[in-house]
Design a protein around this ligand. Structure first.
Ligand SMILES: NC(=O)c1ccc[n+]([C@@H]2O[C@H](COP(=O)([O-])OP(=O)(O)OC[C@H]3O[C@@H](n4cnc5c(N)ncnc54)[C@H](OP(=O)(O)O)[C@@H]3O)[C@@H](O)[C@H]2O)c1
Length: 306
């Protein structure tokens, strides 16, 4: 599967009862109001500036070869160096990629957003982003950022826009400003060890046709459940049923619903090959229950930011 740009009939809502198997494909998710089918598993790029550059570029290209065409980056990653690295990885293959970048909160004013977008496009050596996100919310009024996003979309520099680290109160405010059906996605911290979004953010996004992109699915570097832990043992038991890896089980879990996508980061092609296996792993109700028991939901609280 190499192309992401498959147009489908408008289905911007995510009924709760809809299972992963009757979403458009087990391997893709409708990316909110863009109506584009995007692979369930994408590629994160945070911290790639600290890894071997050639290895990162090779890993991203290996991912594209295997259908991981959703590439997530941000202007703050390595102060722009990661966007430049992504440009090398997608060179000559721009049309295959669903390219996402983010404006940092201090740039997110009306003009700052437009200028930041231009700089990102230049570093990424492209003329458009498929989705442009507010990285997280600070003091700049949302009206300014959204006004800039809408202007950028009208001019064709971005195909859609979204938000990140938004709780329900922020989503409501953004939707009140922009109108219904304008927010394409909310990118949020989500892994089995932190299921906070399931309390309210996930149901809100399902109701409002907003894609939920889970970041840090492995709880970032060093955060993956140890094999001897309760969670680690549960993941291993599910993995053994399918001849899968524990990380594949985690990715299948965090992308199990029709609005959920995941963006693991890896700088190694061998890890890309492991992660891509999650796209064909469909967990059944017993698997999901076992994982949920080992990683309890916890009480509602403030949305974590990773
Ligand atoms: N919107 C936001 O505020 C926000 C915040 C954080 C992250 N993000 C996005 O989400 C992406 C993913 O999150 P993350 O970078 O925090 O961490 P992550 O994807 O949870 O974990 C990355 C770690 O897992 C390792 N890894 C990946 N695949 C592996 C495999 N198959 N086997 C063993 N190890 C593996 C990586 O090492 P190797 O590289 O050595 O494989 C790295 O140490 C980011 O890169 C970024 O694009 C967004």
């Amino acid at each position: 599967m190499r192309s992401i740009a498959t147009h489908v009939a408008p289905t911007p809502r995510y009924p709760r009862a809809m299972s992963a198997t009757n979403a458009r494909s087990a391997h893709t998710r409708i990316f909110g109001r863009t109506h584009l089918a995007v692979p369930t598993i994408g590629q994160g790029t945070w911290q790639m500036d600290k890894d071997d550059r050639a290895s990162c570029v090779a890993a991203l290209r290996a991912g594209l070869d295997l259908g991981l065409t959703h590439v997530d980056t941000a202007e703050i990653y390595g102060n722009g160096r990661v966007e430049e690295l992504v440009a090398d990885a997608i060179d000559g293959r721009r049309d295959e990629v669903f390219l996402v970048s983010k404006v940092k909160p201090t740039n997110a004013g009306r003009f700052g957003t437009m200028e930041a977008c231009e700089r990102s496009l230049k570093r990424l050596r492209t003329d458009r982003l498929d989705c442009y996100l507010l990285h997280w919310r600070e003091s700049v009024p949302l009206t300014e950022t959204i006004e800039a996003f809408e202007a950028l979309e009208k001019s064709g520099k971005i195909r859609s826009w979204g938000v990140s680290n938004f709780d329900v109160v922020d989503l409501e405010e953004a939707q009140n400003i922009a109108g219904p059906g304008r927010i394409a996605c909310n990118q949020v911290y989500y892994h089995p060890g932190d299921r906070s979004i399931e309390h309210a953010v996930l149901p809100w996004c399902e109701r409002n046709g907003v894609a939920l992109v889970g970041f840090s699915p492995f709880a970032s570097t060093g955060g993956f459940p140890k094999p001897e832990s309760v969670g680690g043992k549960a993941l291993a038991a599910v993995a053994a049923r399918y001849g899968a890896s524990a990380r594949q089980v985690v990715l299948a879990f965090v992308s199990r619903k029709p609005c959920l996508l995941a963006i693991p980061k890896t700088s190694r092609a061998e890890h890309v090959r492991d992660n891509v296996g999650a796209m064909s792993l469909l967990l059944d109700a017993d698997d999901l229950a076992a994982i949920e028991r080992a990683f309890p939901l916890g009480a509602p609280g403030a949305l974590p930011t990773g």
